[in-house]
Design a protein around this ligand. Structure first.
Ligand code: BGC
Ligand code: CA
Length: 347
């Protein structure tokens, strides 16, 4: 009697186990819980990039993969960001996407993630190579700063060669001003250097009047530009700005001082933000260089998925094993629509 009871129990247990395993294979999807923290929510380009990342992550969801995204704003303080990373890990994130406040200071974040074996995809603010090699689960997704500078330079070269009016005082040189992003950011000095070198390499004689840091911000750029105009008045022929926001700040300065359009220099930005593209359409910026937010967002989503599911890693093209760089594109009024509609041809 006792024997039969145990046998019956055994069969019951066996059936339950079978049922359970069967369900598991069919119905329980893998979970991708992404914790994102970015350096400052007042940054126009970053907000657009974060929006694209959210969208791309949601697009990767299917019946085999459940995706949750948690986003934090570090409000410009590395200390905040370190705390946020700890919280995101406590909440169970299994992938971190970090846009560092201080790109030279990722060690604490790396230590937290490493303790829990959670990979980090850094983006937009590139850690130095030494830090990215602290652990083999660290990645970077961004764009090549050098290329953006070169393309901005080429936009200027083409315009100057086609249009003798740019050299307003006809001295054979282009008097230019630079508005630079944050000190220490890979996209600041490198963009400036490459833009200016491209002009020189293409036989354009240039004269630098001024270079001021405006930390990617429109209002700061307006303020710096007002000072520069105060000093150089009508002598300025070209404004090279490390991003669209600061280029628009420069435009604001001229508007405030009631300059007529004939007296304006040429303004060039980088990013192709919504407002930047609008300014190209309106003729306020001559051109910009598209910083492919959707391309970067898709690359982040693809990498995050591959890291969790173990599938698709071989489709990602890495540079130096763990870096992914998306190309930039030149934008002028001529090809603007492609960037608005996202139909530009990727290289
Ligand atoms: C963009 C800037 C932005 C910065 C933030 C750069 O790549 O061009 O507009 O402010 O990233 O890190
Ligand atoms: Ca000149």
């Amino acid at each position: 009697m006792k024997k039969r009871k145990t046998a019956g129990l055994g069969i019951l247990l066996g059936m339950t186990a079978l049922l359970f395993c069967g369900c598991k294979e069919k119905e329980i999807p893998e979970k991708l819980h992404v914790g994102i923290t970015y350096y400052d929510q007042s940054d126009t380009y970053m907000n657009e990039l974060i929006g694209s990342i959210k969208e791309s992550l949601k697009e990767t969801e299917n019946d085999k993969l459940e995706v949750t995204v948690t986003i934090r704003d570090a409000a410009g303080l590395q200390k905040n960001q370190n705390d946020q990373v700890e919280e995101l890990l406590d909440e169970g994130c299994n992938i971190l996407c970090v846009n560092l406040v201080d790109r030279a200071d990722p060690s604490e974040i790396i230590d937290f993630a490493r303790e829990r074996e959670v990979p980090i995809i850094f983006f937009n603010r590139e850690p130095v190579a030494e830090d990215l090699h602290q652990w083999d689960k660290l990645y970077y997704v961004g764009a090549d700063a050098k290329q953006s500078g070169k393309l901005q330079g080429e936009l200027a070269v083409d315009l100057i060669k086609e249009n003798s009016q740019i050299d307003k005082n006809k001295d054979g040189k282009i008097q230019y001003v630079v508005l630079e992003g944050e000190m220490g950011h890979q996209d600041a000095i490198i963009r400036t250097e490459n833009a200016v070198n491209t002009l020189k390499e293409n036989g354009i004689e240039v004269e630098k009047l001024s270079c001021k840091i405006a930390n990617w911000k429109r209002a700061q750029a307006q303020n710096r530009m007002e000072q520069i105009i105060g000093e150089y008045q009508n002598k300025i022929e070209l404004v090279l700005s490390n991003n669209d926001e600061m280029a628009l700040g420069a435009v604001d300065a001229y508007k405030k001082l009631n300059y007529t359009s004939a007296a304006l220099p040429v303004f060039l930005g980088i990013d192709g933000t919504e407002i930047g593209l609008q300014a190209v359409e309106d003729g306020e910026l001559w051109g910009t260089v598209y910083n492919d937010k959707k391309g970067q967002a898709d690359a982040i989503a693809k990498l995050a998925t591959a890291l969790i599911t173990g599938e698709g890693m071989e489709d990602i093209s890495f540079k130096n094993e763990r870096y992914v760089y998306l190309p930039y594109y030149k934008v002028t009024a001529e090809n603007l629509a492609e960037f608005r509609q996202g139909t530009f041809v990727t290289k």
